[in-house]
Each structure stands twice: as structure tokens, then as C-alpha cells.
Design a protein around this ligand. Sequence first.
Ligand SMILES: Cc1cc2nc3c(=O)[nH]c(=O)nc-3n(C[C@H](O)[C@H](O)[C@H](O)COP(=O)(O)OP(=O)(O)OC[C@H]3O[C@@H](n4cnc5c(N)ncnc54)[C@H](O)[C@@H]3O)c2cc1C
Length: 541
Amino acid sequence: MEKTYRSIFKWGDKREQKLEKGIVDLIKEKFQYTDADFGKKVYYGNQQVHLHQKPRIPERICQKLSAISGSENVLNDDYSRASHALGKFYADLLYLRKGEVLAPPDLVVMPRTEDEIRQILALCQQENIALTPVGGLSSVTRGVETPRGGISLDLTRHLNKIVDMNTLNATVRVQPGIYGPALEKYLNERGYTCGHFPQSFEYSTVGGWVAARGAGQASTGYGKIEDLVLALSVITPTGTIDSKVFPASAEAWDLNKIFIGSEGTLGVITGITLKIRKYRPRNTAYASFIFKGFESATQAMREIMQAGTGFPHIFRLSDPVETSTAFKMKGFDNSFSDRFLKMKGYRPDERCLMFVSMEGDRDFARLLKRKIKKIAAKYGSFYTGSKPVRAWLEQRYESAYLRDPLMDAGIMTDTVETAVTWDKLIPLWTSVRNYLESREKTHVMAHISHVYENGANLYFTFLSPMKPGNEIEDYLQYHRGLIDVIQANGGSLSHHHGIGRALAPWMKQEMGKTAMGLLQAIKDHLDPKGIMNPGNTLGLR
Ligand SMILES: Cc1cc2nc3c(=O)[nH]c(=O)nc-3n(C[C@H](O)[C@H](O)[C@H](O)COP(=O)(O)OP(=O)(O)OC[C@H]3O[C@@H](n4cnc5c(N)ncnc54)[C@H](O)[C@@H]3O)c2cc1C
């Protein structure tokens, strides 16, 4: 796989994952697939990377960059450029599979210090060269592309350290290019946790979490990334901004919030101070429930969040199709427990699975579990113990690996997420489902995985056979219709994946003209020449 397109688009540790029997059976049944279809290897991407477009940055500028960061940190070979050209948006994966890299960066630069970043930005500003900061390149919203070429500024090679930890204040200061596991290992060894576990945890960075305004799987308890950031340092083309660490402040606007979610359009985030919490896994309590229907389960979720007894950490609810798919894949169908649940009125096409974890202080976790069990029982649930949650936790990052073998078999596989208030949740879930299922042969699953007092997110996963020869435009058209339906039903354009270029066309309508003008004015002040992640990111000029 060395230096092939496949080595670029494959998720995570690049291992080849085989589809389990449960999912193969489901696809055969739903899409009338045969064994031969699973051997297809559609756009397998096994060809060596070769770019037609040569780097366009003049030699004298390359030499200056080498003088700043060292020639070993300024890369212009085809493979480095291709591997920094696209993220993990579904269409990006198709482009890479086809060996089509239309707009690679001219150079990949890996700065070693903040001062080097300042010098690189000054040079780019002077020479009008586009610059896109990147971390793990796991963006699923076209946030890391380089339509104007220029420099992809990779922060993972050198700027990946813990700067300091302060247990008195319960904070940690990190550089932006540190990956999730390195941060968490450091904190756990000292009795703390960051509490931020996106499904991409192993291959995404703290800088990317902040820049794309993400959420981790335990965000219901720990909060989204914007709840965890206390201070930031950002180097912009206009100058450097260092926000200070305060527990709270009324110093006019919250500067951090300008940069959280800015997706590289304003500057390079070079330092991040995060809140940390005590790490006490032995205290964690787990619970799982089966509900008779999605609506009653969401009512229980709402009541739990509004009860005033504290929030669980992981709080997930799968809708009926996702629940039955999980049961099929785990071989649960027709087991003794399955027959028992059916007998008790938990029907296969209606029942929903809920997972909960309660962390922190032991007494708090036990008390909250008791309260949650009581509310869940009121809504007709059946308690299924802690084991299913523990089993899920053991493979919590694994499902990301299924996308590649599914695409090998010619199956469009994508996810879309939104956030919505409680009053609109069921209508939105129904409308989006109806839209997605209006496509012939489509399997649609949904879950809630981040819950608030005022509403929740909805996360849809859909599988459908590709339209051979027209895979990309077919997908983009379907995706456009999907975002229209979400917006029309009062859902946010994104809950945790960010906007990038993929959702930018909806921003003006979403924000309104005056608000978009404000965002543009901030951009124009910090980046007057428009060099930072240009090309319609966030809908900005
Ligand atoms: C399989 C899979 C599962 C995922 N699950 C989740 C999930 O559970 N929760 C979630 O929130 N997201 C999830 N994502 C989306 C993605 O992982 C997040 O958006 C993540 O925060 C991106 O981090 P990164 O380091 O890969 O950043 P990149 O993809 O490299 O960059 C993302 C954006 O941030 C900008 N950026 C990166 N670093 C900096 C910096 N230092 N300064 C300024 N701008 C910067 C980039 O320019 C780009 O616009 C998932 C993605 C995949 C592929």
C-alpha cells in the first residue's frame, strides 16, 4: 500500500477490515447483493500517487521557507501534497479512489515553533500565498482542501506537545498538533481526563477539535469542545491574539468563541488551555435500556436532562432501524433474550436501545443511575444492565473502519448530523428519514449521542448502492437535498462536524445577511488578503 491513493483515504491505522457476516447478510437482503458483489473492489485506489500539477511556488520562496523551518520540513513531493489535499468527506474519498486530486497544495510545511509560524504567515501575506492549517486531516466537511494551492501547514509533526498542567486550577496547556491518545495518556497517568472522545479521537488533534468545534462521545457530561476551552493563542496575518486563563470573565466579547469553529480561516491556533477533570474510571456506573418506541425514549431523555440531578456522560439512543441493525450484526435476533423482549411487547421494528454512563464521584454516579432508572421505567423501558455499554465502549472507534470495505463493494456510506430543540426533534427525524428513504435501496439508521436540557443532536448514517459512472454527482445531489431538509425542519447545519466548504452554501440563509457580514468583517480584519484557508470555507470570501 506504500504511496498509493488507498494509503491516503483509508481510515486510521490503514488496516484492511473485513465486513462481518451480519452486515454482509443485511446488504444482501436490502440491496439484493450477491457474493460476487463483495469481491468487486470498486475504485480500489491501488495505483501509485502521481500528480499532473507541479508545485507552482517559485524556488526563491521555497528557499525562504526552508531557511525558516528547515528543508526537511518543506515537502513538495507528489505523495505529501496528495495526502494533504483532501479530508474524509465522502466525495473526497471517491476522488482519491479514482486518483483525481484536482487542487493539491503546492507545498506541505511542518513548522517547529510559533515564531516560525509567524514568519511563514508574514511571507505568505507578502507573496499572497494561500495557507491552510491542518491537524489529523479527518475533516468530513471539506475543511482542509486547498482550492488555491499554496501551503498546507501541518502542525502534527512538531507542535504536538503538552506545555504544562496545573492541578490547582485543573487545566492543561497543549500545542495544537497533539493527537487524542497522547493527551489522554498524559492526563490519565496523572489522575485526570480531558473528557473529549470524538469517534476520530485516535487520528484527530486538539487544534482540529477546537477549529471545527467538535464534540466527544461523552459530551453530555463533559461538554462540547467550546465548554472545555479556557484560553487560546492564535497567530493571524494581522497579529497574535493570546486570550488569558480566567474561570469566567465579563471583558466584553469572549475572544475564544471567535476562534472556536473558525476552521483555519482567521489564523493558526498555536496554544490551547483546556479544563481537565479527575479520572476515576472505577467509579463509573453504566446502564442500558430498551424502550418500546423512539418517541417515548426521547421523552425519557428530555426528562432526565431536565430533572436537575446532574447529567450522564455518555448518553446515546439508537432509533428502531439502528437498534435492529445492531441486533442483527451481533447475532442477537431469535436469541432467548430477543424472544423474551418480543413477548414483553418490545417489537423489533419499534424498540430502541439506550446507553448511559455516569462518571466522576462514586456517590454521584450511583445516585444518578438510580434516578435515571426511575425515569426510564416511567416511560416503559426494560433495564438491560451495564454489559452492553461496556461491550460498546470496547469497540467505540471501530465502526469508522467499515466505511472502506463498504465503499470497496460499491456502497455509498455517509453520515450527517444536526442539533435540534426537543419540540422539533421527532418531526426532523421523521422528515430526514423520509427524504433519505425516498432513494431506492437505502438503509438509514439514526441515533442521538449528545444531549442537552433544551434538545439533542441527531446523527444519521445511510448506505445505498453507488450509481456507477456518476458516483460523485449522484451523491452531491442527494447530500444537497438532505441539508435542505434539515434546514427546513429547524436543525442546525452541523452539531459537531463543522461547516467547511461542504455546508458553506447554506450559511448565508442560516445566519442572515447581517450576521454573515459580521463574520466577514472579522475575517477581513484578521486576514485582509484572504490567505487563510480560502475558497468559500464557512461561506466567507
Ligand atoms: C471516522 C470519523 C469520525 C469522526 N467523529 C467525530 C466525532 O465524533 N466528533 C467530532 O467532533 N468530529 C468527528 N469527526 C470529524 C473530525 O474528526 C473533527 O472535525 C476533528 O475535530 C478534526 O480534527 P483534525 O485534527 O483531523 O483536523 P483537520 O481535519 O486537519 O482540520 C479540520 C479544520 O480545522 C482547521 N484546523 C486544524 N488545525 C488547526 C489549527 N491549529 N489552527 C487553525 N485551524 C486548524 C483546518 O484548517 C480545518 O478547517 C469524525 C471524522 C471521521 C473521519
